[in-house]
Design a protein around this ligand. Sequence first.
Ligand SMILES: NC(=O)c1ccc[n+]([C@@H]2O[C@H](COP(=O)([O-])OP(=O)(O)OC[C@H]3O[C@@H](n4cnc5c(N)ncnc54)[C@H](OP(=O)(O)O)[C@@H]3O)[C@@H](O)[C@H]2O)c1
Length: 328
Amino acid sequence: MEKMKAIVNTEYGSPDVLRYTEVDKPLPKEDEVLVKVHASSVNAADWHLLRASPFLVRFSGLGILKPKNTILGSDVAGTVEAVGQKVRDFKPGDEVFGDAFVSGLGGFAEYVCVPEKFLALKPTTVTFEEAAAMPLAALTALHGLRDKGKILPGQKVLVNGASGGVGSFAVQLAKYFGAEVTAVCSTRHLDLMKSLGADHVIDYSREDFTKNGQRYDLILAANGYRSIFDYKRALSPKGVYVMSGGSGGQMAQAMLIGPFLSRKNGQKLGNFLSTPNKKDLLFLKEVMETGKVKAVIDRRYPLSKVADAIRYLEEGHARGKVVINVVD
Ligand SMILES: NC(=O)c1ccc[n+]([C@@H]2O[C@H](COP(=O)([O-])OP(=O)(O)OC[C@H]3O[C@@H](n4cnc5c(N)ncnc54)[C@H](OP(=O)(O)O)[C@@H]3O)[C@@H](O)[C@H]2O)c1
């Protein structure tokens, strides 16, 4: 069996349990593509799965006592090495990007097998790093704004947590959909928000957007950051609040209290789960190629330093995305 380098976690725990080691190179099943990974990127999902946090993660089929998927990493950008018998869309040598979150992850390795339905041809105008920065975070922003938030041109849209992975894509996508966008971030990211196209920027360390008299048609909170009642105050009468992630308390509020605060013809408050698909990856490819959306890359780490990359992301202050370079 051929070997490859990978970051492996055979137990739940902090980034200290991650090992940089050699494992068997995977073989593609009939609907899978074997990708030689050039770059991946780190998402909150990686440390949630690594730590089994929240604890319920253990009971969602991912392993009660130890993880079933022993290589993390949802985001993948690389070159097709081989394809399964039923794969139609790709051939060896194609440059691809995709999201392996629901197919068992595995991006923190030299090779990964991904079902072809979770891959698309890489945008031709961007680097592997930029392509790897995109899938999970940008799809989450897209699904939050378009599918759950039902964004419309001309709407007043606020993105809280606008300077992180999900938020930096949400600001650009909301502009793409024709909204008037307000980005909420800290002082050090004000310029970045303007460069991404935000019409208004609110520094959360100086101004409370829930108390400035403005009302928004759609609020996307990358992380909860605030109570659901604060968001309700900042919504227009038919406004929608969508939360992509957050603390256990904030998630519980969105799931349990959100439905009670939502009205049939009025405000809607809740969270959502983003699931990858080829159609939306192709949408991302197009908006990247036309320059409408770009990846903001904060830091880059080599494969051997994934643990450091996750530690950095866990601090909660990344400016855009944290990328893993698998090929130098
Ligand atoms: N629902 C789904 O399907 C789905 C899919 C993917 C991800 N998620 C979730 O999405 C969430 C967001 O992920 P992410 O990658 O965007 O996070 P992230 O990159 O770690 O967010 C970091 C950013 O948040 C900002 N921030 C920190 N505290 C803030 C505050 N009080 N108010 C406003 N901004 C603040 C930071 O800016 P400063 O340093 O300036 O404070 C930093 O730029 C995670 O919880 C993840 O689990 C959900």
